[in-house]
Design a protein. Sequence first.
Length: 110
Amino acid sequence: MIKVYFKRGLETIPVQVDEGVTIMEAARDYGSLPEVPGDCGGCCACATCHIKIDKTWISKIGKLNESSFEGTLIEYEKNYDPNFSRLGCQIQLSKEHDGLIVHLLDNHKI
């Protein structure tokens, strides 16, 4: 099991997930977090799973490739940050991500 810590302002929400789950699935399916609706189901088509990776974890997750489809889709999102923004559906969790900190964004009406 992998533990992911979702930050909503000052609140920290721990979520336990199986290896192989995406950040979007961890937030939506395991954590029932409305900030990450994942409207397209993880097809990289809607950007409703826009999150920010904590600066202490970005080296393990990797920065956004701005020339990728993910980069093209996310660059117009509210709160976009080229250094820390990612689409949760594009990051599959593995054991090395145990303890990951993800910041939730108020991008969508919840």
